[in-house]
Design a protein around this ligand. Structure first.
Ligand code: MLT
Length: 399
């Protein structure tokens, strides 16, 4: 268990009822030892005659906590050196998933004489095993962040980039069906089961993570398949590594940057996420994600995906989208790059008119409007989307 729930007691709070700083530090400590007590044992360090001495602590307090609040502490190993390691801990209120505080602790393992000694191997194994995502996804560490990634099949690589605030499972139908290609679907940092640092989100970072992921799996080139925010990431990837892109599939996305009003709405959404958690974001977005004809099961599935997004990842993605550059000028320059543009006929977030303008501006693009779908055609009309991608991929030389 790297997740530990602890309750805030009245005696840990100040005169105004807020959890105070000293007690917060004590709770971070408690969560770490509790995690070890439930795992390999609290004596994991003393068994190796080592003591983890704190060398540096950074704490960000995001929101107040009060007596009776149950906080969920999550601990991730973000660096594992020979004698030192770094643990990142987050505390979220269980009731509404609001991020209350995050902390980073740098430790050096020392012996009785105060000299640095190696981190007990058992500790690294325990923490790394705990960080592994559930299900069939594997973990690939890029730029200091663990990404959960599904890799299926053999052949030329197709990289599927999900939208906001979603995760890699929006591509499940395509991953299951597109035999003949190596299908790679990561959770972007901050989404799904990937690590969700509190800072450092931008289109450039997302794109750099994907380039590092392709390096890690030994793929020089890939067809990029981006849905909505995934399309914004694909544009950024193209700006930097055009030579690595063998083809482009853009689904329910746009090339324009945010308008002034769009930026204001991003700020509003970030405030909502911080105050009311991912569930509130999910409720606000659900009506525009799916066509009215979507089944109750699909609505529930998408609600679950969005509600599970870490608040830090949501806020980070909103900042990244808010600041993304305009990519319209790039479109006519994509000559020679085979492209497929798809859009749900009922998409109000990135409407068909925009998709059509984008397809017209890209020299070698084709447009498909998917009936009976809004912003998530990969799940709303999986067969239509999979067939269209298959036909597109078949038209390309192996890469
Ligand atoms: C997405 O689905 O990725 C978002 O709707 C994109 C956006 O908000 O611009």
């Amino acid at each position: 268990m790297t997740e530990i729930d602890l309750t805030v007691y009245p005696d840990e709070c100040d005169a105004f009822g807020h959890l105070n700083q000293a007690s917060f530090l004590a709770l971070f400590e408690r969560a770490r030892w509790e995690m070890l007590a439930r795992g390999p044992g609290m004596d994991i360090f003393s068994r190796s005659n080592a003591w983890p001495a704190v060398r540096k602590t950074t704490v960000d307090y995001n929101a107040a906590a009060y007596p009776g609040d149950v906080l969920r502490f999550h601990q991730t190993l973000t660096h594992h050196g020979r004698t030192s390691f770094t643990l990142r801990q987050t505390a979220r209120r269980v009731r509404d998933d609001v991020l209350i505080a995050t902390a980073e602790f740098v430790f050096v393992c020392i012996n009785r004489d105060g000299r640095p000694i190696p981190v007990p191997a058992e500790f690294g194994e325990f923490m790394n095993a705990r960080s592994a995502p559930r299900g069939s996804a594997r973990t690939v560490t890029v730029n200091g962040v663990n990404l959960a990634v599904n890799v299926e099949g053999e052949g030329s690589t197709v990289l599927f980039i999900h939208g906001y605030p979603l995760n890699r499972t929006i591509w499940d139908p395509q991953l299951a069906a597109l035999d003949g290609w190596r299908r790679v679907a990561p959770d972007l940092r901050g989404m799904g089961l990937s690590d969700a640092p509190d800072l450092g989100y931008s289109m450039a970072t997302y794109a750099a993570d994907l380039a590092a992921l392709l390096d890690a799996i030994g793929a020089d080139r890939a067809v990029l398949c981006g849905l909505s925010m995934g399309g914004y990431v694909a544009f950024e990837f193209l700006r930097r590594w055009r030579e690595r892109v063998a083809g482009l599939v853009l689904i329910d996305t746009r090339a324009e940057s945010d308008s002034a009003e769009g930026k204001r709405l991003r700020d509003e959404a970030a405030g909502l996420a911080r105050e009311a958690g991912a569930a509130a974001i999910a409720e606000s977005m659900l009506p525009s994600m799916l066509a009215p004809s979507a089944t109750a099961d699909l609505v529930e599935r998408v609600r679950e995906i969005m509600s599970a997004a870490p608040v830090s990842g949501i806020v980070g993605a909103l900042a990244a989208m808010r600041e993304r550059p305009d990519s319209t000028a790039m479109l006519p320059l994509l000559s020679g790059l085979p492209a497929l543009v798809m859009v749900g006929a009922e998409d109000r977030l990135t409407p068909p008119a925009r998709a059509s303008a984008m397809a017209t501006a890209i020299p070698d693009a084709r447009l498909i409007v998917v009936a009976g779908a809004a912003h998530l055609p990969t799940l709303e009309q999986p067969t239509v989307v999979t067939d269209a991608i298959r036909a597109f991929l078949r038209g390309l030389q192996a890469w």
